[in-house]
Design a protein around this ligand. Structure first.
Ligand code: SF4
Length: 209
């Protein structure tokens, strides 16, 4: 299924993309300002995606995680399946595997950004849920502007691109919004009936507010 043409976002405008690039260049010399700017853009986009999904429950959800979440030294082939992670749980991908199993959602780990974008195009989900560093989030918004995507920054890293953390509370909230577990008692039929925070808690935390 192709992306729903009714989903509208400023990221579909080349002018907006150029404006973001210009603003980032200006803010890059000011400590923390560029991060806060990106967090604002992501919060706005997430709100847009939730509004869009409120009237159209997602049938196909794709969760994309970056490879830096995988524990250093682990040999599991997580780009193919999180099956091994179900029994392991030594890094956040174990919790991701359990959440996705409970919600009946397909999770993929992308080893490169362009692979993640290709996954989005070939899988054609109704919504993507993903965590990434800020630079990659902007790249995702630029590269797949027609795909509704709920995004959150990684919560930290042991070293550059190694052993990154995920906000599991945020992730669980998004999954409950777009794919409530079938067995949940009295689960509202549509995402519109579900309550979510007005904005993104992890972004607020990242901003230190
Ligand atoms: S949960 Fe275990 S098997 Fe899965 S990536 Fe992490 S360390 Fe490897």
């Amino acid at each position: 299924m192709a992306p729903d043409p009714r989903f509208r976002s400023p990221w579909q405008s080349p002018l907006f993309v150029r404006w973001v690039a210009f603003a980032r260049a200006v803010l890059s010399g000011l400590p923390g300002r560029e991060d806060r700017f990106i967090d604002r853009l992501v919060t706005d986009q997430n709100a847009r995606v939730r509004d869009f999904l409120a009237g159209r429950p997602a049938r196909k959800v794709l969760l994309i995680m970056p490879r830096c979440v995988k524990m250093t030294g682990c040999r599991a082939a997580v780009q193919e399946s999180l099956e091994e992670c179900l029994a392991c749980r030594r890094c956040p991908l174990g919790d991701v595997a359990h959440l996705c199993r409970d919600h009946g959602v397909k999770a993929l780990v992308a080893f490169r950004s362009h692979i993640a974008f290709e996954m989005a195009r070939t899988e054609q989900p109704d919504v993507i849920i993903a965590s990434a560093c800020r630079d990659r989030m902007i790249k995702a918004l630029r590269s797949t502007p027609d795909h509704p995507a709920l995004l959150a920054p990684l919560t930290g890293m042991r070293k550059m691109c190694l052993d990154a953390g995920l906000d599991m509370v945020w992730l669980k909230q998004q999954l409950e919004f777009v794919a409530p577990p079938a067995e949940a008692p009295d689960a509202p039929a549509t995402p519109a009936a579900r309550e979510l925070p007005a904005d993104d808690a992890p972004l607020r935390a990242a901003q230190g507010s």
